[in-house]
Design a protein around this ligand. Structure first.
Ligand code: 3H9
Length: 699
């Protein structure tokens, strides 16, 4: 059996190595191992201790998999206190991730040496938590209350050089050999008669300034972290570091940490963390090697094509963009240059990087230039005929084995594949706009797509830093198919009596950054209108159809780009104002449809909106379009703004209970059984007393 903590005496220095792959998380065995090592350090032969992490990281934090289970001794705060209490100097040698509990261990050590590329941070807030092993008490003592609050509230790590400047570490390693340098540091300390230097004994610099920092942070979080639990507890804990003796501060931290641990937000965020990693594990791809991938071709230089090109350039690929004529080539190039220039201006890339990326970019009108591409992506107008013409071009010029991808958001990838003599190479890559920013990529696997093509798409996503989710073929795949359902509910709600502003407010209150009507205004109403017009001929006349969005579009009110949509926009402003004219139009349309408006409160708005979303999510899983409920969660969180702290709609449904969701759907079905059809999967799970998580676990 592997020992997660080993010790070895080097001269008079006890080298303690934590080796708990993949990230040296501080699980129970590691905590026991550290306690044993500290006992060994009491031996007279030991004069100093060096703490090291084996592999790529020092320690990435507490073991998140243990959260929510009965806690096991020894507890991490006690282990940290014991490290700090050690009578011999303890040096922490830091590389890779030094996160959460890992940084808390390091701060409890007496001295710290780090590699410049180490990543030191307290990211607990991203998991709905706060540092719980002394971090809120030791960080302000080491680096001051302001820097500590920045580190803990942002959750963002700093590198070794920044950590040195902050006073979080004492020395930077000058060579690759961190162990040798840490040993040398320990021996230097011993030679100079160095004693343990305990963080707990440090006074917080300028307590009055620290108090002002806390007051400011509290005010900022009151605005920024509305509805979130842990950020406010973090400010309270840092305040305790200033106002109370160390032991009392630790007790405050412990109490608040346990409150965070018990909150549903912690559950939701940790589900999000694991779900985002789980989506990359597609069972059918085990052991399948991706195809080689170096050169990418993009057809279409509009907003989408340019965003995809920039994402691919940043991912390290050479990109050839094809447009139909010189004018469009120039426009495509300009679009790409604009995005790169914006990154440069914001410091996201250096000027060297900017020039390198542009150097890897070619525009051309000749399809033949795609001949050496390993992957081609079409990002042309969302029309089957247009896309089929592009695929015919691919057939002519692409080398055998090239992956042929469509960035369609709705169209049938099977039909596109059937139109080429190489259907096994065809796949859907549904990027989200703006494609160089949005994290989500739906990988749409058609019936005849080869498995190594799917593996190549996942490899591409990894290189682009995107969260990829496998989706099957259907109208809208995972995300847009579900969106189509809850968008309908939003329209029905305003027809029935709610205002768009009340719907948006309720959805924002739930945790979305913006409401659906704000989203429609942002995306532009014309696209959905065009689609509704296309679908009009095939729409079942028995389906209830809400005409209100069409009425707005008929007036040319497409949203932000026309200055008027569901909201009214002052010239140059993106902040919409409520518009009495829109309310009058809605009123008129209700009269025309014979609807007597009724009062609908925020609870009902959310019940309907979320029930439609969850029910559609269950259908998507039931039909095999999504592999698991967690895939639906990731799509809606990464691409559609569903609040992460609620863990996605399926995890949220588990939280409120599937019987309640099913009862809601059945209750609404009494009014309109054609729209509200309980998902067979939802009904089956309720019948079996199971939840969506049980399906995630079954994979
Ligand atoms: C904390 O410390 C609380 C304390 O203050 C108080 C306690 C009392 N535990 O991300 P990757 C797994 S809270 C368990 O793909 P990368 C991960 O699931 C913690 N498992 O690799 C994956 O497993 P699998 C504060 C963990 O190289 C594998 O490791 N710390 C943990 O892209 C590889 O992960 C954090 O929030 C963990 N802590 O990124 C840090 N971390 O292979 C969270 C990872 O089965 N971790 N795993 O799918 C990270 O940010 C990234 O994992 C890291 C590596 C940057 C370290």
């Amino acid at each position: 059996m592997q020992v997660p903590v080993s010790t070895r005496l080097n001269g008079r220095v006890l080298v303690v190595t934590i080796d708990n792959p993949p990230v040296n998380a501080l699980g129970t065995e590691v905590r026991h191992g550290l306690e044993d090592a500290l006992r060994q350090a009491q031996d007279a032969s030991v004069a100093a201790v060096v703490l090291l992490g084996a592999g790529r990281h020092f320690i990435a934090g507490a073991d998140i998999r243990e959260f929510g289970k009965p806690p096991q001794t020894p507890f991490l705060p006690d282990v940290c206190n014991h490290i700090e209490a050690c009578a011999k100097p303890v040096v922490a040698a830091l590389h890779g991730s030094v996160l959460g509990g890992g940084l808390e261990v390091a701060m409890a050590a007496h001295y710290r040496i780090a590699r410049t590329d180490a990543r030191l941070g307290l990211p607990e807030v991203n998991l709905g938590l706060m540092p719980g092993a002394g971090g809120t008490q030791r960080a302000p003592r080491l680096i001051g209350a302001g820097a500590a609050l920045d580190l803990i509230l942002s959750g963002k790590p700093v590198n070794g050089a920044r950590a040195l400047a902050l006073g979080l570490v004492d020395r930077l390693a000058q060579t690759e050999d961190l162990e040798a340098e840490a040993l040398a540091y320990a021996n230097d300390l011993l030679a100079a008669g160095g004693r343990p230097r305990r963080t707990r004994d440090l006074a917080i610099a300028d307590a009055d300034a620290a108090r002002r920092v806390v007051t400011d942070a509290r005010a900022t979080q009151a605005k920024k972290a509305v509805g979130l639990f842990s950020p406010h507890r973090i400010v309270d804990a840092v305040e305790a570091a200033i106002e109370k003796p160390f032991e009392e501060g630790l007790a405050v931290e412990r109490r608040l940490f346990l409150q965070c641990m018990a909150s549903p937000q912690r559950k939701g965020l940790i589900h999000a963390f694991f779900a985002e990693r789980e989506v990359a594990k597609v069972p059918e791809l085990a052991g399948i090697q991706p195809r080689p991938l170096e050169r990418v071709g993009v057809v279409g230089g509009g907003t989408m094509g340019a965003g995809i090109a920039v994402a691919c350039l940043r991912g390290g690929f050479e990109v050839t963009m094809v447009e139909r004529d010189e004018a469009n080539c120039a426009r495509g190039r300009q679009n790409v240059e604009k995005l790169l220039a914006a990154w440069l201006a914001r410091g996201r890339i250096s000027s060297t990087e900017h020039d390198r990326l542009l150097g890897a970019f070619i525009t051309t009108t000749e399809y033949a230039r795609l001949g050496n591409a390993d992957l081609v992506i079409e990002a042309v107008f969302e029309d089957l005929k247009v896309k089929q013409a592009v695929f015919a071009g691919f057939d002519r010029v692409c080398k055998p084995g090239a992956v042929l991808a469509s960035n369609t958001s709705y169209l049938d990838v099977n039909v596109l594949a059937a139109g080429t003599p190489r259907p096994a190479d065809v796949i859907g890559l549904h990027f989200f706009s703006p494609a160089h920013v949005m994290k989500l990529l739906e990988i749409v696997v058609a019936d005849r797509t080869a498995q190594d093509v799917v593996a190549t798409a996942f490899a591409l996503a990894r290189k682009l830093g995107k969260t990829a989710v496998r989706a099957g073929v259907c109208d809208g795949f995972i995300g847009n198919r579900i969106l189509a359902c809850y968008r309908q509910v939003a329209y029905r709600l305003i027809e029935a009596g709610a205002t768009p502003y009340a719907v948006d407010a309720a959805v924002r209150h739930f945790g979305y950054p913006i409401g659906p009507f704000q989203m429609f205004d942002l995306a532009g109403g014309d696209i959905g209108w065009a689609m509704r017009k296309r679908q009009a001929a095939t729409r079942d006349p028995r389906d209830h159809y809400v005409r209100i969005p069409d009425v707005l579009c008929e007036r040319g009110w497409f949203g932000q780009k026309t200055g008027q949509g569901w909201y009214r926009y002052a010239p140059g402003s993106r902040a919409g104002e409520e518009d009495p004219e829109v309310l009058a139009l809605i009123e008129e349309e209700r009269r025309r449809a014979g609807v007597t408006p009724r009062a609908i409160d925020a609870d009902e708005i959310l019940q309907r909106y979320l029930a439609a979303m969850i029910n559609a999510g269950a259908d998507v899983v039931n039909d095999g379009i999504a592999l698991r409920p967690l895939d639906v969660d990731v799509v809606l969180m990464a691409g559609y703004g569903f609040p992460r702290h609620r863990g996605g709609p399926m995890a949220y449904a588990d939280e409120i209970g599937l019987p309640k969701v099913l009862a809601d759907v059945r209750r609404f079905a009494v009014e309109d059984a054609r729209f509200w059809k309980p998902s067979p999967l939802l009904a089956r799970l309720v019948g079996e007393g199971r939840n969506f998580a049980s399906l995630n676990a079954a994979h």
